[in-house]
Design a protein around this ligand. Sequence first.
Ligand code: NAD
Length: 476
Amino acid sequence: MNTSHYIGGRWVEGQGSDCINVNEPALGLPFAELMAASVAQVDQAVNAARQALTTWKRVSSQARAAYLRGFAEQLGQRREELIALQMRNNGKPRHEAEIDLDDAIATFAYYADLTEQLPSKNREVPLAAPGFTARTRLEPVGVVGLIVPWNFPLVTSAWKLAPALAAGCTVVLKPSEVTPLIELAYGQIADSLGLPAGVLNIVNGKAETGAALSSHNGLDKLSFTGSNSVGSLVMRSASAQCRPVTLELGGKSAIVVFDDCDPDQAVQWIVAGITWNAGQMCSATSRLLVQEGIADTLLPRLQAALQKLRVGNPLAEDVDMGPLTSQAQWLKVASYFATAREEGLHCLAGGQALDREGWFVSPTLYTDVPKDSRLWSEEIFGPVLCARRFATEEQAIAEANDSRFGLVATVCCADLARAERVADALEVGHVWINSIQAVFVETSWGGTKGSGIGRELGPWGLSAYQSVKHVTRCLG
Ligand code: NAD
């Protein structure tokens, strides 16, 4: 049994009642287990973060930047180990695990740079009124709870940890019970860098641990990434205490393909948008809107591309797509296949769980899906693509926006004026034009409507952990 919680600068064993199995999804078998943190341990972690806050917020921004650079460097030094663990526990193909690690490294490096620029943001405010001066101070929000899911564990945690530490906040991180090992690296790195005890705490656990953290009255803010159902509970806890909350939730994003596209190029963007991480992406472009003039050319090529993908165990085979990460997710996706059969949807590719060990499903394409189908409107979180045809630009925009979610979208269009016009009209947080889903640390991440509240990454990600204060002085 590992010591799998990092509280107040010490590694401790969990004293909660839940035993967490850590699984290898390609085999469908556990390879480690640990005990969850108890409610009392969550309390200790929040108290440790509170005690550390007074000192940490006074640490110079240069010193904080040095710690963040240390995180980036040590992640790089542990490259092979962290890639292997993501491949084993998440089922990610090697190239995807590498990109996740590089993203986490880039995030710490970016916020190190931004931390160094902080003093210049604390500046005089020009006032129209004579006789007064005013200055801005950007202060840390305080003690922050961070709750994250399992699909991009290194990345999602880096997007919260790096800006929170940069801003001068102290944190309690709760990783997902599906991938509880990988983020322990952040605690180990904090240890080896000599980060002051209590600045970063990690408690592992299931819903009970998460609820103990999100409802703890010692937090100043909670930042959550995960499902809408849990996000709603987290928001309720925050509202009970009138406390700010950032929510990064689900999506049902559209990819819009216009007639003037190169169909082979469009197929690559569509396939990447639905099969990366086996479709377990909040940003999966799972609704394909294809213009009538290109549909009959594009759909058979898309079918062939999906059927050609190599699906298998990333540790044993050269694969394009791994398994789903958990049995629960596998059962959920399989239930959507059953619904599709009941609804009589037209299946052009896949549509079934694979008959082999582990939690595999085939990349799937349903065409001419009715708007009232559950598969068209609900987040499936697997490699399941639903397609519909459209005639006009206006119709494409209206159908893309007709969703309770608003996370991202992709526009594939040779006419760049049209592409930019459509991008501007889409009610989402991020649009890609003629691209795979390239995410840069300088741009923001987050959604509109049911996809959440707030933004991560870029300067907006740092602002999420800062409180604005003004000091106004009368000169007379
Ligand atoms: P989830 O909501 O089930 O779990 C997320 C986290 O919340 C986990 O750490 C879990 O242990 C914890 N939790 C569970 N019950 C809790 C409770 N009652 N109180 C507090 N915490 C609790 O989500 P998941 O299955 O891990 O992740 C998949 C979801 O995450 C999808 O909906 C996906 O779209 C979303 N997601 C969103 C983004 C984004 O940036 N918008 C990124 C990744 C994933």
